[in-house]
Ligand binder design. Structure first.
Ligand SMILES: C[S@@+](CC[C@H](N)C(=O)[O-])C[C@H]1O[C@@H](n2cnc3c(N)ncnc32)[C@H](O)[C@@H]1O
Ligand code: SF4
Length: 383
């Protein structure tokens, strides 16, 4: 079994009770159970069809993401997890993650999700400040979030919490206080995300109308720096731009699959996949709308229509973008198609500016470089 190539499975569950004004993920308002049951069945069928293409693999992770998969009937989650385990050779300590919103209704089903095989919960706390939660359009308050986190810590062997910072007007002191509360929960993993105003969202329109001003770059940088310092002092390693773990075992094995350029099956509306099929790195993308996805699976068996073979340059660019996000970086041998090597003048220039680490075998961003990663990768690709 150890000879088999590793594989992750990403399952996209698009339903949310309410759409948050900052979110640009592929989401829809909660719909009737009949449509959801149809989607769960299509996801199982899609997994089976994709197994026929991948052949046997070593299953490292199943990630139920969204959207809000904690709104799903736990029996469907059990079905999906059992199907993945049946189709591929699951590692003994298979990581099974579920994204959850911290409402009482969802916390009431945590035990059923654990019974379904979920062993890692990713809880979207975002903030402990009620005014901030209202601003973010969340349907939970801080007391509810705390109850959900306490319960999750008792039920699931592994807990990760998401927080959002750089809210308009947020000071370094205020964010320190929020982060300290998140650390005090005792979770093994924290993902603090800087609030991003995504095009086409309600927040984008609000900013356009002058309702509020997003944090400026200087404030964003100060808050990022505070995040790194506080989490590092609390024993969390910044193994990726927005992901911090207490030790190796606490790292998200699922996200490491993405960042290391390994294979993953994507099922559910809008899900992306990356599969090496007959030696060709192939990108898959399912139809975004629930109805279209279910129809595609019914008509062709598969949830995606036109797989795209990635060229060596596209592959190397993807490795660069993903690898530089992590403390591992990316080996120069994977960047050959871009002509990047240790002595390259652009690499040397960025090393000189303190944005890349000087390493003859791997390209790695420094802490300062990770703060301006978009610019660094642009410099490396557009030369
Ligand atoms: C796809 S959401 C799913 C989790 C769950 N539905 C929730 O909202 O808690 C994953 C995480 O992305 C982060 N996120 C989504 N949109 C964001 C944005 N515009 N800026 C910063 N963080 C964002 C949030 O922290 C959220 O927990
Ligand atoms: S942030 Fe989470 S709950 Fe809010 S709309 Fe996006 S996926 Fe749904």
């Amino acid at each position: 079994m150890t000879d088999l190539q590793p594989l992750g499975v990403y399952v996209h569950w698009p339903y949310c009770a309410r759409i948050c004004p900052y979110c640009d993920f592929n989401v829809v308002r909660d719909r009737k159970q009949a449509e959801q049951a149809g989607l769960a069945a299509a996801i199982v069928a899609d997994l089976e069809a994709q197994r026929a293409l991948t052949g046997p693999r070593r299953l490292v992770s199943v990630f139920l993401g969204g959207g809000t998969p904690s709104l799903m009937d736990p029996r469907w989650a059990a079905d999906i997890v059992a199907t993945a385990r049946r189709l591929w050779d699951a590692e003994p300590d298979l990581e099974v993650s579920l994204e959850a919103n911290p409402t009482d209704a969802e916390a009431g089903r945590f035990a059923a999700f654990a019974d379904a095989g979920v062993n890692r919960l990713s809880l979207g706390l975002q903030s402990f400040d009620d005014a901030a939660l209202t601003f973010l359009g969340r349907n939970h308050d801080s007391a509810e979030a705390r109850r959900a986190a306490d319960l999750a810590a008792r039920i699931f062997p592994r807990l990760s919490v998401d927080m959002i910072y750089a809210l308009p007007g947020q000071t370094v002191a205020a964010w320190r206080d929020q982060l300290a509360r998140a650390i005090a929960l005792g979770a093994e993993h924290i993902s603090p995300y800087q609030l991003t105003i995504e095009a086409g969202t309600a927040f984008d329109r609000a900013v356009g109308r002058g309702r509020f001003r997003p944090a400026d770059d200087e404030t964003g940088a100060a808050l990022y720096d505070t995040t790194q310092t506080l989490l590092s002092a609390a024993g969390f390693e910044a193994y990726e731009v927005s992901n911090h773990a207490r030790g190796e075992a606490a790292r998200s094995r699922h996200n490491l699959i993405y960042w290391r350029g390994q294979d993953y099956v994507g099922v559910g509306p809008g899900a992306h996949g990356r599969l090496t099929l007959d030696g060709v790195r192939t990108a898959t993308e399912a139809a975004a709308k629930v109805g279209d996805y279910i129809r595609d699976v019914a008509e062709t068996g598969l949830g995606y229509r036109e797989p795209e073979a990635l060229s060596p340059v596209e592959r190397a660019e993807e490795r660069l973008l993903m690898g530089l996000r992590t403390d591992e970086g990316v080996g120069f041998e994977e960047l050959a198609a871009l002509g990047l090597m240790a002595g390259h003048p652009v690499v040397a220039g960025l090393v000189g500016e303190g944005l890349l680490a000087a390493d003859p075998s791997r390209l790695r961003a420094t802490r300062a470089g990770r703060l301006v990663l978009d610019g660094v990768t642009r410099d490396l690709i557009v030369r």
